[in-house]
Design a protein around this ligand. Structure first.
Ligand SMILES: [Zn+2]
Ligand SMILES: [Zn+2]
Length: 378
C-alpha cells in the first residue's frame, strides 16, 4: 500500500471534517469498493484497503493529530499500526460505523482473524478541564482478565485437558452461505475456541480467565473533548491460545469546571465587576488555565462586554494553535446596600439625572432615550 496518498483525499473529506462526516464518508466508500461487491477487481480491493487504513487513522483522535503533524510515514512510538501499511481495524469500531450491514461486509474478514482475539476493554477516564486543555499524563485503573492460574488459561480442571470441539472439528468457526456472500461465524458450541472443556476449572468455570486489576499510564492529548476515545493497542483482554490481545479504549469525560465553560477551542469565563469599576475602568484578576492574570477593564464598560485573551483557550487537538479565553464582564447589581452606599447611590442618581438632562458627554444613551420617550408621548 502506498503511504504517500493523502488520507483526507482518499476519504474525500475536508481536513477539518468531524467524526460523523468521516464515518459517513468511509461507510459510503467502503460499500462501493468492498471486495465482495467487486469480484476479481484488484484495484477495488486495493482501494478498500487504503480507505480502511485512512479511516483507521483519522477516526482515532490521537493518531489523527499525529498524522496531521507528521504524515503517514512517521510512526507513532509503540504503535504497531503505523508505517508498514498493515490494515488494522477494530471490529467493534466498524460495527459502530456499519451497524446492521457489518456482518455482511466484514463477517468473513474478522471471524477467522478474531476467534482467539481477546476482547476490547472500555474504561472511562475523568479529567479536569485544565488537563484536557493543555494535555496531561494520567493513569487508568481497570479490571482486566488475565490467564487463570490453576488451569494455566486452558479452562480445564487441573489434571484434565480440553478436547477438540466436535461441532467445528476444532476450527472454531462454521461457514454459512447467504446469497453471494460466504459468512464465517464463530462456532456456537465452543464460542470460537475450537475446544470443549469436559470438566471445567473450579476457579474460572472454564473460561481460562480471572479478573485482575490493571494499571496503565497514558498521555491525554491537549484539546481532547468528552466522549472521545483513546485507543491503546493490545492492552485489552489477552488472546486465547496464542491469539492477539484486545485493545483498551479510554473514553474521556471532562469534569464540570467551577469557573469555565468550553465552547470548542475557546473558554468562557464570567467575571463580576462593580458599577464603579465599569464606569471608571479597573484592573481585575481573572483565572486562566495556567493561573491568574490581570485584565484591564476599560472605562465605560457595558455589562456583558467581552475581553478576549488571545491564545489562553484550549489547545487544538491537531496541534495547530490554541483557542482564546473570553472574559465576560458582568456588572453586579447589589441585592442589598448599606445606608452609606444608599446615600452615595442616591447622590449619584441625582447627578446622573441632571447630567442626562444636559446631554453631558458619557450619558448620551439615557439622554437619547429620554428624548425619544418625550417625543413618543407628545
Ligand atoms: Zn466448535
Ligand atoms: Zn481456570
Amino acid at each position: 500500500m502506498s503511504t504517500t496518498k493523502d488520507y483526507y483525499e482518499l476519504l474525500e473529506v475536508a481536513r477539518d471534517a468531524d467524526a460523523d462526516t468521516l464515518k459517513k464518508a468511509y461507510r459510503r466508500l467502503a460499500m462501493k469498493f468492498h471486495p465482495d461487491k467487486n469480484p476479481d477487481n484488484p484495484e477495488a480491493e486495493e482501494r478498500f484497503k487504503e480507505i480502511s487504513a485512512a479511516y483507521g487513522v483519522l477516526s482515532d483522535p490521537e493518531k489523527r493529530a499525529h498524522y496531521d503533524r507528521f504524515g503517514a510515514d512517521a510512526p507513532m512510538a509503540g504503535d504497531p499500526f503505523a508505517g508498514a501499511g498493515g490494515v488494522r481495524l477494530d471490529p467493534n469500531h466498524l460495527r459502530d460505523v456499519f451497524g446492521d450491514v457489518f456482518e455482511e461486509l466484514f463477517g468473513s474478514f474478522f471471524a477467522r482473524a478474531n476467534i482467539h482475539h481477546g476482547r476490547d476493554i472500555r474504561v472511562r477516564l475523568e479529567v479536569t478541564l485544565e488537563e484536557a486543555g493543555t494535555g496531561a499524563e494520567k493513569e487508568v485503573v481497570f479490571q482486566r482478565p488475565a490467564k487463570c492460574e490453576p488451569c494455566g488459561g486452558t479452562g480445564a480442571k487441573p489434571g484434565t485437558q480440553p478436547v477438540k470441539c466436535d461441532a467445528c472439528r476444532g476450527a472454531g468457526q462454521v461457514r454459512i452461505q447467504t446469497g453471494f456472500l460466504q459468512l464465517v461465524q464463530p462456532c456456537p458450541k465452543c464460542a470460537g475456541s475450537g475446544v470443549f472443556v469436559p470438566s471445567p476449572c473450579g476457579k474460572c468455570r472454564g473460561t481460562g480467565l480471572s479478573n485482575e486489576e490493571a494499571r496503565r499510564r497514558l498521555k491525554v492529548p491537549a484539546g481532547i473533548d468528552t466522549g472521545q476515545r483513546i485507543r491503546i493497542e493490545g492492552e485489552g483482554e489477552p488472546g486465547r491460545q496464542n491469539g492477539t490481545a484486545g485493545d483498551l479504549f479510554v473514553e474521556i469525560a471532562i469534569k464540570p469546571h467551577p469557573l469555565f465553560t468550553r465552547e470548542g477551542r475557546d473558554l468562557v469565563c464570567e467575571v463580576p465587576i462593580t458599577f464603579p469599576q465599569a464606569a471608571l475602568g479597573a484592573q481585575v484578576e481573572v483565572p486562566t488555565l495556567e493561573g491568574k492574570v490581570k485584565v484591564k477593564v476599560p472605562s465605560g464598560t457595558r455589562s456583558g462586554a467581552v475581553v478576549r485573551l488571545k491564545g489562553k483557550g484550549i489547545y487544538d487537538l491537531r496541534g495547530v494553535g490554541r483557542g482564546d479565553q473570553l472574559v465576560k464582564l458582568v456588572i453586579e447589581t447589589p441585592k442589598r446596600v448599606t445606608p452609606r452606599e444608599r446615600e452615595l447611590l442616591e447622590e449619584l442618581q441625582a447627578i446622573a439625572d441632571a447630567e442626562a438632562g444636559k446631554g453631558q458627554a458619557g450619558h448620551e444613551e439615557r439622554k437619547g432615550f429620554l428624548d425619544k420617550l418625550r417625543e413618543f408621548f407628545g
